[in-house]
Write a protein that binds this ligand. Structure first.
Ligand code: MN
Length: 441
């Protein structure tokens, strides 16, 4: 449901939030966890991105600018979990108060602007931390375009397995190795078997890849044994982030049968630092992607009128790459892909409902990722496996360097935003990671 915080005419007294290209206009108000660069990490607390600054929620409460509500005091914590587990009413009231406080022309906004230095931190003077204590992480495979492109490399005649149009396919990932944007990622070592070899060897992955995905955080969980009906998913979804599901394709090829991804995926997963709330995303909801004629409808437990009508999100996800040499020579990162989230075969609500459909309990702070987001066109492929056809068609960078997969020193930057006609875009910020060399043997 939309409210005054979605008003497209709102502007902020934080001028940078009114720039058309900002990820963080006043209509967004995503949450993250920060410290001021000089502070101890012990003081990490929740902030709200606004233009090129962060609103320190705790400082705003202490200065009497925000009422000390349950949601506002939850922001004294070093993770979002306490805020995430509250009911939607508390969260919505905080968003409303934050919008009022940051608005140009409101009484609260005038008072806040007068003491701006005590409540705002320039983002370039802050350190952003992992925003959520993530207990469990699940990764889906919900882009039919990605599944078809990848499936075709292995099974040219029947790229999609018979379950794809019935089951939102997923696997259990690993939460311990999820890192925030900016943390470098070390090339993993593992078992691989060369195409012409009969036995595997152990060493650095030579087919390191990224996967561009959208993540959703669970707010309120469900009890063990109590599934979540698709009509109730809204009560359980707190917000969204960008996810880079780093993947070692050579390790994956050798290990994935019969039980699925394991060490090829769990060495690192990077998420963006800001969580865009489901409430902020409300105006950017669109119908679930229409299934092509002839496709089966979802089974009843995955079907609702509401989900058909507004289960989709009009998000665009971009991937940018720079090599170490490009950065040395001050060449900007190259845009590798721009993919629409609107074409996903399964909605986030269907993924959540399916996950809990057997009674599996989801808990506050759990992360679910969509799977690689790809579109049908060559400029919309969300991983190198697809983009280079498993290395068969290397891409060329502006320096003349070529890439089949990631090299040491390569930096992947994902960006994304939600869009709707006659509305400001609201962005997710960055999901950034540079590849460090593997440990020597
Ligand atoms: Mn993935």
């Amino acid at each position: 449901m939309m409210n005054a915080t979605h008003d497209t005419t709102l502007r902020s007294w934080v001028e940078s939030a009114n720039e058309p290209e900002t990820d963080f206009p006043i209509q967004n108000l995503p949450y993250g966890v920060f410290t001021v660069a000089a502070e101890e990490k012990a003081t990490a607390r929740v902030g709200v991105a606004i233009g090129n600054s962060i609103l320190d929620v705790t400082a705003a409460v202490k200065s009497g600018l925000l009422p000390p509500s349950r949601a506002a005091t939850a922001c004294e914590r070093p993770t979002l979990n306490r805020l995430m587990e509250l009911g939607k009413g508390y969260q919505s009231a905080l968003r409303s108060a934050l919008s009022d406080l940051l608005a140009r022309g409101s009484d609260a906004g005038r008072t806040a602007a007068a003491v701006r230095d005590s409540i705002l931190v320039p983002t370039d003077r802050a350190v952003l931390h992992l925003p959520v204590a993530i207990g469990d992480y699940t990764d889906f495979y919900a882009s039919i375009h990605h599944a078809t492109h990848v499936g075709r490399m292995f099974r040219p005649d029947s790229p999609l397995l018979p379950n794809y149009k019935y089951v939102p396919i997923g696997y259990h990932g690993r939460a311990s190795s999820i890192v925030e944007s900016g943390v470098p990622v070390k090339r993993p070592r593992g078992q691989t078997r060369a195409a012409d070899a009969t036995v595997p060897t152990f060493g650095p992955s030579r087919m390191l890849d990224y996967e561009s995905e959208l993540g959703v955080f669970v707010g309120r969980g469900n009890h063990l044994g109590a599934p979540i009906r698709i009509s109730d998913t809204e009560d359980h979804l707190f917000g969204f982030c960008l996810v880079n599901d780093w993947s070692a394709r050579d390790i994956q090829t050798w290990e994935y049968q019969p039980l699925g991804p394991f060490l090829a995926k769990n060495f690192a997963t990077t998420i963006s630092s800001w969580v865009v709330t489901a409430e902020a995303a409300e105006p950017y909801r669109i119908p679930a992607a229409a299934r092509p004629p002839g496709d089966p409808p979802p089974l009843d437990y995955l079907l609702s009128e509401e989900n058909e009508k507004s289960g989709g999100l009009d998000a665009i996800l971009e991937v940018h790459l720079s090599s170490a040499r490009m950065r040395d020579e001050r060449i900007p990162a190259t845009l590798l892909s721009r993919a629409p989230f609107s074409l996903m075969y399964w909605t986030l609500a269907q993924m959540v409902t399916h996950h809990a459909s057997n009674g599996c309990n989801l808990r506050t702070g759990d992360l679910m990722a969509s799977g690689t987001v790809s579109g049908p066109s060559p400029d919309a492929m969300g991983c190198l496996l697809e983009l280079t056809e498993r290395g068969a068609k290397p891409i060329t960078l502006p320096t003349g360097e070529t890439r089949k997969f990631l090299e040491d020193g390569d930096e992947v930057v994902m960006r994304g935003y939600l869009r709707a006609e006659s509305r400001p875009r609201i962005g997710f910020g960055e999901c950034r990671g540079v590849i460090l060399p593997a440990d020597s043997a």
